[in-house]
Write a protein that binds this ligand. Structure first.
Ligand SMILES: Nc1ncnc2c1ncn2[C@@H]1O[C@H](COP(=O)(O)OP(=O)(O)OP(=O)(O)O)[C@@H](O)[C@H]1O
Ligand SMILES: [Mg+2]
Length: 363
């Protein structure tokens, strides 16, 4: 199979594994991700029978036959691959006939972690949108009547007996508390475009670390694993501080033992692109900033919900921290994903780099 160099480099940039299988079930092409999945090089695998790299009796073999016979595409989800060559993986797969030669079929294999990541990234985008709508309504519908209630309670306070004044004071204090909660939410209805400037991620992390060490993360050890040549972020300095402060605060609050550790990590990933369904444009999100903690982990029952507003497992939490993080990252055109188990939770933020550096970069 002759594939032009350009097409090869496109296929090699994909996270999913692409394999082409010929009429005698021989592998006639595979991209880099497929080489990694099957733990073998191009030269070893080209020409081998697909049966020899997949588990015996794998449903994928039947699906390949089906596509060869019917020439229509099929998909299947949650297939387990476990062979000496392939470390145990759960994958989703799409098999399509090759239009130019229907005897050949193309396998597009997504490992579940990629599929899960995309699901999670979409969850945080949806959460950010729903909170934006709620926030703009609440601002109007609650704050106005609330100031009326508070005013009435203050008036009442001037003409009642001293022992009852405590109650009118309670109404005033609680009204103030609701108002400040709504003020926190109003930031969600801020639709101004993000101020774009070149921002040094390490300076942002330094600042956030300093604030945290003097507040929420007093007894926690910070470990920095920085890529010193990291390009600048294209973003808003103050909002980036808010994003990482919330993530570090959550990391610190999840640690309930004396050996608390938070790892701040930055890395540059080539070719990380992210596109939204229905949106043709692709964002280049090569800057990866992760916050890892050794705390209790995200409660399992909250896994799908943590980016929603008011979802909290803390007695004094508002559940607005991650909803705000999701909104700000969404405004930056970035992406957010997390992976959590007890003792190891990582929140990974993917961000665009500043335009000047994109122009300087040779792709
Ligand atoms: N690093 C983490 N480790 C474990 N659980 C986490 C972590 N980050 C978030 N969570 C879970 O996600 C929930 C939602 O987090 P979020 O920041 O939105 O709200 P909160 O921290 O509970 O309240 P607030 O941020 O308003 O103080 C938390 O209550 C917690 O259960
Ligand atoms: Mg929080």
């Amino acid at each position: 199979m002759i594939i032009s160099e350009n097409t090869q480099s496109i296929l090699n940039s994909l996270d999913s594994s692409i394999v082409m299988v010929g009429p005698n079930s021989e592998i006639s092409y595979l991209n880099n991700a497929a080489e990694q999945l099957f733990s073998g090089s191009h030269t070893q695998l080209l020409g081998s029978k697909i049966e020899t790299v997949l588990p015996a009796n794998s449903p994928i073999l039947l699906l390949i036959k089906k596509v060869q016979n019917t020439t229509s595409a099929v998909s299947d989800y949650g297939i387990t691959l476990d062979t000496p060559r392939i470390l145990k993986q759960i994958v989703n797969i799409q098999i399509s006939p090759f239009i130019e030669d229907p005897n050949h079929v193309i396998l597009n294999i997504f490992t579940r972690s990629i599929a899960d990541k995309i699901d999670k990234q979409l969850i945080h985008r949806n959460a950010a949108r729903s909170i934006t709508a709620i926030a703009s309504t609440l601002g109007h519908e609650i704050k106005n009547p609330l100031s009326g209630i508070k005013g009435a309670a203050q008036l009442l306070g001037t003409c009642i007996r001293d022992e009852n004044r405590e109650l009118t004071q309670l109404i005033c204090d609680e009204s103030d508390r609701i108002c400040s909660l709504i003020d926190r939410m109003e930031i969600f209805s801020d639709k101004r475009p993000v101020k774009r400037e070149p921002v040094n991620a390490h300076k942002v992390l330094e600042r956030v670390r300093l604030i945290a060490e003097n507040g929420v993360a007093k007894k926690i050890k910070f470990i920095e694993q920085y890529d010193p040549s990291l390009p600048f972020i294209n973003g808003d300095h103050d909002q980036l501080i808010q994003i990482f402060l919330n993530l570090i605060k959550n990391a610190a609050e999840s640690i309930n033992h004396d050996h608390g550790e938070i790892i701040l990590r930055t890395a540059y990933q080539h070719g990380v692109k992210f596109a939204l369904p229905g949106d043709k444009s692709q964002f280049l999100l090569p800057l990866v900033i992760s916050i890892q903690d050794n705390g209790v982990g995200v409660p399992r029952n909250l896994n799908e919900l943590i980016f929603d507003a008011f979802v909290t497992s803390k007695s004094n939490g508002t559940g607005l921290g991650l909803a705000l993080v999701a909104k700000l990252i969404d405004d930056h055109g970035g992406a957010l994903e997390f992976d959590s188990e007890p003792g190891r939770t990582i929140f990974k933020v993917l961000l665009p780099m500043h335009k000047k550096e994109i122009d300087d970069e040779v792709y």
